[in-house]
Design a protein around this ligand. Structure first.
Ligand SMILES: Cc1ncc(COP(=O)(O)O)c(C=O)c1O
Length: 398
């Protein structure tokens, strides 16, 4: 493969995925010497098994749970699918079989639930407003003895909004319902203690915290039922068949062993993000930040630049070397505005003029400063074109 040189490029899309941490990259070659099947009894298998065990302990510590409560998966989508489909299968036809979720979840939750709806599931979707408020009235109305599972993300990928998971968990448990959280965006950005949150199930994904793609963890609280999505060998105590992704799992352990200084890292990232937002709001007129007054992930900024088409902005910034997003990663190249922003109550023009900037541990002040000055130039140019009704970059290039 021939890779394009990265010099002069600035990556500001850490919610889509993170680069592999430099220290992890340096440590990888040695671990690649371990190739045994962890299920084998012999020495080769034992080496691999040791890597898995150490990683399980490190990840469990970082989540405040016990190692045996973790199931290794291929990532966030698999964790979400396992819980939702498993609960559906177990509760189908019972008095307690309904699902409650929000309308701002990742597609791996919303599309799975929509599939289950086709199979007969009852699903209640609770709204989250433009100001970040959960529709408590709707939740109280539908939560009850018919609820099997509440699935609510800990933090939203597009605006960084942190949802009131602890309170919702207490409400759900009070009526005997189980709680699952998609903690994919939160884990690695803020400290996450699953025992404190009290949830029954949680999904996390390695590639959001500087580890390798294609691996993740599903937390299933001790005593909670979990039906495998993948049947096979007896791996993961028969809760997930398939030979484990040993290197991917080891990499998650490597990263979580550094989480003791996560708060400091988050503080640094937050300071940089806040500095960027205040400079942008001060110097680019008619600009807003979605969910700015809410508790948010420290790294995420969802900007609305009135009168600027987000997709055109994204492409113009890309030409200049800046990688950002207009919402869900899969929306790139698709002119439809982000359905999640629309679900939050943003108008179509607002959603269409949104830009998601998500920064990370390696983002520097210089990168942010050069991004701000490029955004100022590009936004001004696009607004001028828009006012003169001249074709935009997108129209010229497509
Ligand atoms: C909130 C959220 N949940 C789940 C996922 C899916 O995780 P994975 O890519 O590991 O399947 C993502 C990835 O973008 C996400 O942002």
């Amino acid at each position: 493969v021939k890779l394009e040189k990265k010099s002069g490029k600035v990556y500001l899309d850490f919610n889509a995925t993170t680069p592999i941490q430099a220290e992890l990259k340096s440590a990888l070659p040695e671990v690649l010497e371990v190739w045994g099947n962890p299920s084998s009894i012999h020495w080769a298998g034992q080496q691999a098994k040791t890597l898995l065990r150490d990683a399980r302990i490190s990840i469990a510590n970082s989540l405040g749970v016990s190692p045996l409560e973790l199931i290794f998966t291929s990532g966030g989508s698999e964790g979400n699918n396992t819980v939702l489909r498993g609960v559906f299968e177990k509760t189908r036809g019972l008095a307690r079989s309904e699902f409650i979720t929000t309308n701002i979840e990742h597609p791996s939750v919303l599309k799975t639930l929509s599939h289950l709806k086709d199979l007969g599931a009852v699903v209640h979707q609770i709204g989250v407003s433009k100001t970040g408020e959960l529709d408590w009235e709707h939740l109280s109305r539908v939560l009850g003895e018919r609820t099997a599972l509440v699935s609510m993300m800990l933090a939203n990928n597009e605006t960084g909004l942190i949802l009131p998971l602890k309170k919702v968990t207490e409400m759900a448990h009070a009526v005997g319902a189980l709680v699952h959280t998609d903690a994919v965006q939160a884990f690695g950005k803020i400290p996450v203690n699953l025992a404190e949150l009290g949830v029954d199930y949680a999904s996390i994904s390695a590639h959001k915290f500087y580890a390798l793609k294609g691996s993740g963890v599903l937390f299933a609280k001790k005593g909670s039922d979990i039906k495998p999505l993948i049947y096979g060998g007896g791996q993961e105590r028969s809760r997930r068949g398939g030979t484990e992704n040993v290197i991917g799992i080891w990499a998650m352990g490597f990263m979580t062993s550094q989480f003791s200084n996560l708060s400091e890292r988050a503080d640094r990232v937050r300071a940089l993000r806040d500095q960027m937002e205040s400079e942008i709001l001060k110097t680019i007129p008619q600009t807003r930040v979605t969910h700015a007054d809410r508790e948010r992930l420290p790294n995420t900024s969802n900007l609305i630049l009135e009168g600027v088409d987000g997709e055109t902005l994204l492409m113009s910034l890309d030409v200049k070397g800046f990688a950002v997003s207009t919402g869900a990663a899969c929306s790139s190249g698709n002119p439809e505005p982000s359905p999640i922003l629309l679900a939050m109550g943003l108008t179509r023009p607002e959603a269409q003029s949104s830009l998601r900037v998500s920064i990370g541990w390696t983002t520097t002040e210089e990168e942010i400063n050069s991004f701000i000055s490029t955004l100022q130039q590009v936004a001004t140019r696009l607004r001028n074109l828009h006012q003169r009704n001249e074709p935009t970059f997108q129209e010229v290039t497509t």
